[in-house]
Design a protein around this ligand. Structure first.
Ligand SMILES: Nc1ncnc2c1ncn2[C@@H]1O[C@H](COP(=O)(O)OP(=O)(O)OP(=O)(O)O)[C@@H](O)[C@H]1O
Length: 729
């Protein structure tokens, strides 16, 4: 099948008829919305049987504190305090808070309250697991004193203390099985629920089923949360709904005239693309609520912030590998722009932009005394050594003792969890005595959806051995042609290779560095026939492009004008393209987490049929096992008969990846592909070494003659150039 047949099928019906390309029977993510956005237990009927309640009737069970029999961590005083808060917020005289106005969703389906056993069953079906990592009932938290243990023997004590302390008690939140329960059960502001309905959201995903009941409270989240949920499973809504509702509730209580100034919530994301996407989602949710959500950009300052000395100092440098790793990309030229003061309820930012916004004169660092919600999206990247100092300095700037923190990612290693837990504990320990007397420390809860740090089971994973760089280029060209052979996995044993799903545009291609993405783009630019749109169908996106150029490429890809987008890990995290049919790892990912996030750009919101093809060469073999293990785990979660299989014998044969190799790979990717380290074998080009040598010689000759021409007096036009160079042939 040639590229024309494949790529023109969606641009010219006649061509399809002529080319006879049968419309694909393979289900594809690009075929539009799916009814069931969940990853696990799809199609399961999660209507709660429980004890029926009359339509519109508010029963005691509605209020969070009335989940007494399920109340997994509040003691009597907490429940009583919540009851007082709730009754206050429902004061009929409170004209600003229209909680009392009949809600649009009063026609909502029955919303029975389920018993613990039924909840447990639903949570099990959808692989939702919530555990408390720390709870006021557990007594003083040793975490803060962890740092005092210095010697090795203490470390052994620490381990046993940590294990003993971590009484991981499973908690059973009442799952949110329909968005209408946001109003009937959690009194989420009507306008927020209307906006959710207007966007067509009906059924909560697993992270929303488990996360929203934990975070929704009329006075704002009452817990700190670590949430690990698969890529494309709706984490953004899971943290935006509680934030917007809490700001709206507070506004209602304070009354519009006395709207308290200052930023109420800070959301951090590792890249501008992701931050911009979160702002868009948030604005759609906050429509007509009066809530301001703004993305912090270079040179912006935050209004109404306090100031503290820059005791911590912070490192605001940018590094190239930072950008490659899906890091942020701000240049340090923010000083050149006039400062714009931002006044918003919710600020979304990359760490660097926020650090610059907080930096004051004479090394003072501003603080955010009114911020009570701090959200880290892609938290494992934000707390990775590359960003850690910036992220922790922003966390420290959130000085409000009522601060609630939530961390979100599809991958969150134990070290990140421990770092977050100790940061929360240390922060509490550092609060002034009078604060801790009047403020109750929040429980720390961990919510895991499915198998932690794994890839969604709906994706078809293919590991293809290409031996050399040239082999990878050939393999990619086969994929462009839609050649089924190109997705024949070297270590998979699909039901039959011909059944192996074919990679269809639009798809993403990931390379290790910006230079390689640019080179690959140049190499493939003319592979797509003019009739199918030619070079306009393929583009490259990386952090060295201007903001305008990046926005333009993102828009064209989202519109479906671009079919193949070559990029670096800049787009591997969080960025949501609903209709991406697949992902090609042209260069091997730097870690299993990078693999999970890259391939997670497809198969989002329950879409089926996504394909992930990973090309690997000889130099990648030492690292393949990590990715193969992720694929094997994902295959095991597939429904019976759906699995593409993973040859266990080959898995066992693959060399184990040493800790040192893992760290080296994570830090800079495969050595021979690093910028400036490439050699003839790994450089991306079909020009042979000989051709490149000739070209370089010619280029040198041209430069030499240009230098001589500048040095000598102008010759008359009929003089023959004495360097014998007569132009390119
Ligand atoms: N309840 C829902 N029903 C249908 N679609 C949903 C629902 N919740 C979220 N989505 C859609 O799912 C897609 C992925 O959502 P989102 O980007 O929040 O995923 P994520 O978990 O943050 O992914 P990642 O781990 O890659 O950041 C988005 O297009 C969003 O509109």
């Amino acid at each position: 099948m040639n590229a024309f047949k494949l790529l023109s099928r969606s641009t010219n019906l006649r061509a399809t008829a002529k080319s006879g390309v049968a419309p694909t029977t393979q289900s594809l993510p690009s075929q539009g919305e799916v009814r069931d956005p969940r990853v696990y237990g799809r199609g399961a009927d999660t209507r709660l049987q429980g004890t029926k309640r009359k339509r519109g009737q508010q029963t005691n069970e509605d209020k969070p504190e009335d989940l007494g029999e399920l109340d997994f961590f509040g003691d009597a005083s907490t429940r009583k305090a919540k009851k007082q808060r709730d009754s206050r917020s429902k004061d009929p005289s409170d004209v600003h808070d229209d909680t009392n106005i009949p809600h649009i969703n009063d026609e909502a389906p029955e919303d029975p309250v389920a018993g613990e056993e039924e909840c447990r069953q639903i949570l099990k079906t959808h692989k939702i697991k919530a555990t408390k990592l720390w709870n006021p009932e557990d007594g003083p938290d040793e975490t803060a004193s962890k740092k005092k243990m210095k010697k090795k023997k203490n470390r052994i004590e620490e381990e046993s203390t940590k294990k003993e302390k971590r009484k991981r008690a499973e908690i059973i939140p009442q799952p949110l099985t329909h968005f209408s329960q946001l109003q009937t059960r959690y009194h989420v502001h009507r306008k927020v629920c209307d906006n959710l309905g207007d966007q067509g959201y009906e059924m909560p995903t697993e992270v929303q089923m488990g996360g929203l009941p934990l975070l929704l409270d009329n006075s704002g989240p009452q817990i700190d949360l670590l949430s690990v949920a698969p890529t494309g499973s709706g984490k953004t809504l899971a943290f935006l709904i509680p934030v917007i509702n809490a700001v709206k509730r507070e506004r209602g209580r304070a009354g519009a005239d006395h709207k308290e100034k200052g930023v109420k919530a800070v959301i951090l994301a590792p890249t501008k693309e992701l931050a911009s996407q979160i702002v868009n989602e948030g604005r759609k949710l906050a429509l007509n609520t009066g809530i301001q959500i703004t993305m912090l950009r270079k040179g912006m300052k935050i209004g109404d912030q306090g100031t503290t000395d820059d005791r911590n100092g912070h490192n605001s440098q940018k590094s190239d590998e930072n950008a490659e790793k899906g890091g942020e990309d701000e240049q340090d030229d923010h000083k050149s722009k006039p400062e714009m003061v931002v006044k918003a309820d919710v600020i979304v930012s990359t760490p660097l932009a926020m650090v610059h916004a907080l930096a004051g004169p004479n090394k003072t660092v501003g603080n955010l005394p009114t911020t009570t919600m701090f959200i880290l999206d892609e938290a494992d990247v934000l707390l990775d050594p590359l960003f850690r100092e910036q992220t922790l300095s922003i966390w420290a700037a959130c000085s409000n003792p009522q601060l609630r923190v939530s961390l979100w990612s599809a991958t969150m290693g134990a070290s990140i969890e421990d770092l977050a837990a100790s940061q929360i504990a240390d922060r509490w320990a550092a609060l002034p005595q009078q604060e801790t007397k009047t403020t109750k420390r929040a429980p720390l809860v961990r919510l895991v959806i499915g198998l932690k740090d794994s890839s969604i089971p709906s994706i078809h994973h293919k590991l293809v051995y290409a031996a050399t760089e040239q082999g990878k280029l050939m393999g990619l060209r086969q994929l462009l042609r839609g050649d089924p052979a190109a997705t024949t996995s070297s270590i998979g044993k699909g039901p039959s290779e011909t059944a192996a799903p074919v990679l269809r545009p639009p798809f993403l291609v990931f390379t290790q560095t910006i230079a390689r993405a640019v080179a690959l783009h140049a190499e493939l630019l003319y592979d797509i026939p003019i009739e199918a749109g030619g070079s306009s169908r393929i583009a490259v996106l990386h952090s060295d492009l201007s903001e305008t150029a990046r926005d333009n490429v993102m828009t064209r890809f989202r519109k479906g004008e671009i079919w193949v987008l070559i990029t670096t890990d800049l787009l591997s995290r969080g960025v949501d393209f609903r209709g991406v049919n697949g992902v090609v790892n042209y260069d091997f990912p730097n870690s299993s987490a990078a693999y999970i996030h890259r391939v997670g750009r497809t198969g989002r919101a329950g879409r089926q049929g996504g394909v992930a093809v990973t090309l690997y060469a000889k130099e990648d073999i030492p690292y393949v096992k990590n990715v193969a293990n992720v694929i094997a785990a994902s295959e095991r979660m597939k429904d019976v008969g759906q699995s593409d299989g993973m040859s266990q014998w080959l898995l066992d044969m693959l060399p184990k990846v040493s800790k040192r190799d893992k760290q080296k790979l994570k830090k800079g990717g495969v050595e021979s592909r690093r910028t400036g380290k490439e050699d003839v074998k790994t450089r991306i080009s079909t020009k042979s070494g000989y051709e490149r040598k000739i070209e370089a010689r010619r280029k040198g000759a041209v430069e030499g003659s240009q230098r001589r021409a500048k040095a000598e007096p102008q010759k008359t036009t009929n003089d023959v150039s004495d360097d014998g160079f007569d132009g390119f042939d």
